[in-house]
Design a protein around this ligand. Structure first.
Ligand code: SF4
Length: 450
């Protein structure tokens, strides 16, 4: 990408658009009662997904942007799981009939911090309270440093088919600078255990833009990771927001690459993965050609949700646990973030909703345009506007951001049929922001565009 464009757009702080509107628009006007009504109105026969958040880790990685708590003790985890089970009862009691479940995702934190028997019991409880499809996909985020053989076996027994492993960088200098020491052997051992247990699909998360990272170390990490044979990669840029994540102050800002350096690192990782046969999927995912994600993209059926790119087309996502975000056809809801406050709410017999957002018809149209842009790098605005009953000129006429992206050669716009040009791929978030009605109001809480 041209350095002038990187300089112009790369420093802008933009959402990753895992939802639209984005989380800063959520308001306390949406509370537990609102969510209870939305759950009651959710058609049980339509497929839904579950997300369960396990907000505990054994040590803090300094780049971490997740909602998590560090603990060496097991009791807080046991207590939290009591509340999580209680929330399953509360939520499922609000729906007219057990919801049909297609996808389940355990995120964190470190979900595998649970004991194997607790994990198996939790899956059993979910199966009792929801109607799991035979083909339901169960995915779990994994910290390879702490995955015990017994837990890998339990994941296989529970029917987990997808595991997402945090790798980030194999460079020892980078690992020291982010307080996450993880050898290649530890990562490979985790892969071997998971495969032996029957977990068929492995995803690696890599990060660029970490302190002391270079193009060379990014390539070396990608090459080592490829040798371990994962089906998918997700490659994220480190988001340095120490004003929101205090532990990021431990990261040496002087050792961070500038916008141009970050783009060079991202492009080097992408080129290494593509040369090894992985297909680019959306902005930051890569998958083997026969993987479901690559196939969905080729068919124009890729979707985007809070976990990133997905084949999951469900309109309803039930978020369980502290900080979990969910969605129904009416809008978004988020649970209380601090585990203690979440626990108090659940213990009092109420849903833990702390804020949310009620979608308007215009939000739905803008959300569908942004999702197609993020997934396909192009969108037919007039076609989507017609499908939603709107005049496309409402979005196109006088759209200064769109005009600027077009005149900078980042995208083509033929009467509202928009396509990113090849070199503009990293600026897809800037293109999406051209259709975001709230972007000016959402403040600087997002990461840089490049
Ligand atoms: S293991 Fe993941 S969630 Fe836990 S501190 Fe590290 S990056 Fe954050």
């Amino acid at each position: 990408m041209q350095p002038a464009l990187v300089a112009k757009y790369g420093e802008a702080r933009l959402p990753r658009y895992t939802s639209y509107p984005t989380a800063p628009r959520f308001s306390p006007a949406i509370d537990a009662d609102t969510y209870g009504g939305w759950l009651a109105a959710t058609p049980p026969e339509k497929p839904a997904s579950l997300y369960l958040h396990i907000p505990f880790c054994r040590s803090m990685c300094w780049y971490c942007g997740c909602h998590t708590t560090i603990t060496q003790r097991d009791q807080p985890i046991f207590d939290y799981l009591d509340m999580l089970r209680e929330e399953v009862h509360l939520v499922s009691a609000k729906t007219r009939a057990p919801l049909s479940i297609n996808h389940v995702h355990f995120g964190g934190g470190t979900p595998t911090i649970m004991q194997p028997k607790e994990f198996l019991a939790l899956i059993t409880l979910l199966r009792e309270h929801f109607e799991f499809a035979n083909t339901a996909e169960i995915a779990v985020e994994i910290d390879p440093r702490t995955l015990e053989p017994e837990m890998a076996t339990a994941l296989g027994e529970a029917g987990v088919c997808r595991a997402s492993l945090g790798v980030q960088s194999f460079d020892p200098v980078v690992q020291k600078a982010i307080n996450r020491i993880q050898s290649e052997e530890q990562t490979m051992d985790a892969v071997t255990r998971l495969r032996k247990a029957g977990v068929d699909s492995i995803n690696f998360d890599l990060i660029y833009g970490l302190p002391h990272q270079t193009v060379e170390s990014c390539i070396a990490t990608a090459e080592a990771a490829i040798r371990m044979g994962p089906e998918r990669f997700a490659v994220f840029g480190y988001a340095h927001v120490p004003s929101f994540k205090k532990h990021q102050k431990l990261i040496d800002e002087k050792a961070l690459a500038d916008a141009e350096g970050r783009v060079a690192q991202a492009e080097a990782i992408a080129a290494t993965l593509v040369a090894a046969g992985y297909r680019r999927v959306g902005l930051d995912h890569f998958a083997r050609p026969d993987d479901g994600l690559a196939i969905a993209q080729a068919r124009g059926q890729l979707h985007r949700n809070f976990q990133g790119y997905t084949t999951d087309a469900c309109e309803t996502l039930i978020g369980l646990g502290a900080s979990a975000i969910g969605r129904t056809r009416d809008g978004y809801v988020q649970n209380e973030v601090p585990p203690g406050v979440y626990a108090q709410r659940i213990a009092s017999g109420r849903l833990a909703t702390v804020k949310g957002y009620r979608l308007t018809p215009e939000d739905r149209l803008r959300a569908s345009i942004i999702e197609r842009l993020m997934c396909d790098f192009g969108v037919d605005v007039p076609a989507l506007a017609a499908a939603h009953g709107f005049d496309p000129q409402m979005l196109l006429r006088g759209n200064a951001k769109l005009a600027m992206l077009e005149s900078d050669g980042i995208l083509e716009n033929a009467d509202g049929v928009i396509r990113l040009r090849e070199g503009g791929r990293f600026l897809i978030r800037a293109a999406a922001a051209a259709f975001d009605a709230y972007i000016e109001q959402s403040g600087r809480t997002h990461s840089k565009a490049a």
